[in-house]
Design a protein around this ligand. Structure first.
Ligand code: FES
Ligand code: ZN
Length: 317
């Protein structure tokens, strides 16, 4: 097979586009796709201050890499869940990427704050680790955005993630979540940042190829607690459909975007925590309740890793 652009040997076939490309042209193709998505859906503007939620995996590190390559000067934020080697290795990969990009990133070190990892915290909260993790991540990421003036939060969700989530929401008619699958969620003025997903139209396979060809050093393991059987099942179903009808996932998501155009988002009224003042849905926020439970008042903060490669670790109160 020959590359559609340059006519040299092709290295990757893109069946959903009915084409094949060499490595170099594939990189240009994918970066252009991300750029076009950002432009078409107004994900990031010239006056925005973006930050990427990084996990150490291929998608978040790749989107961080691509954005900076495209000229969007984005910093990073990482919630260190304190899961032994998995978290240490993730942090090491993030540091390495940040050094390469010469960007700053913030770390919310759960084990230093709570003296426990996410699994032990979840037990105290009587929740599954993923639910405790979701709550802490939301709080920490909001806090870093609000305290440091980042108005756009970028996540590495790709086409497969979005298609699987959409399928799940449709199967159970979770109407309240359906609008959430658009490539961006508006923030609340001056408070919650806008959340955007520039990889919305890039598949898992394309992102793995991009990371490999670009030499992005990412953690291959999934979080040991995030093995969500349902979303994996949906991904498998969609992959089977894709196998027989290439382009199905893309059409599914694009059709959805057309359908929801013009539909008003159902926004919940946001209020502010009576203890810490950060956004929540009434009374005292879950994080303040958790801190109270652990008798923690003054260890809540971030480590900041400098863009000049000097480690400027500090915990802010
Ligand atoms: Fe949430 Fe692992 S528990 S990513
Ligand atoms: Zn609070």
């Amino acid at each position: 097979m020959k590359c559609r652009v340059c006519g040299q040997d092709a290295h990757i076939s893109l069946r959903s586009y009915n084409t094949a490309l060499c490595s170099q042209d594939f990189i240009s193709f994918l970066e252009k796709r991300v750029f076009d998505t950002i432009q078409k859906y107004n994900l990031i503007g010239n006056n925005d201050t973006p930050i990427v939620a990084v996990s150490g995996g291929k998608d978040s590190l790749s989107v961080w890499h691509i954005l900076n390559k495209l000229g969007y000067k984005a910093d990073g934020v990482y919630v260190d869940l304190g899961i032994g080697e998995y978290s240490q290795e993730s942090l090491a990969k993030i540091k390495k990427t940040a050094e390469g990009l010469q960007r700053k990133f913030f770390v919310f070190p759960i084990r230093k704050i709570f003296e426990k990892g996410i699994d032990e915290i979840a037990k105290v909260m009587r929740r599954v680790p993923c639910s405790a993790c979701g709550m802490i991540k939301r709080y920490a990421i909001n806090k870093v955005c609000m305290d440091n003036g980042y108005n756009v939060l970028i996540t590495g969700h790709n086409l497969d993630d979005e298609a699987a989530a959409l399928l799940g929401n449709l199967l159970y008619w979770k109407e309240e979540y359906l609008w959430k699958k658009s490539p961006f969620l508006d923030g609340h003025e001056g408070h919650l940042s806008r959340k955007v997903k520039p990889l919305f139209l890039c598949s898992e396979r394309e992102m793995a190829a991009y990371a490999l060809i670009s030499g992005i050093d990412y953690i291959h393991d999934e979080c040991p607690f995030s093995i969500n059987a349902k979303s994996l099942t949906y991904k498998n179903i969609l992959n089977n459909l894709e196998e027989t009808s290439p382009g199905t996932k893309l059409q599914f998501i694009k059709g959805y975007l057309k359908t929801i155009k013009g539909i008003e988002e159902k926004k919940r009224d946001i209020s502010y925590c009576t203890t810490c003042g950060y956004p929540c849905y009434g009374g005292t926020c879950s994080m303040c309740r958790l801190l109270h439970r652990f008798h923690i008042k003054d260890r809540i903060g971030f480590e900041e890793w400098g863009s000049n490669l000097d480690i400027t670790q500090k915990m802010m109160t």
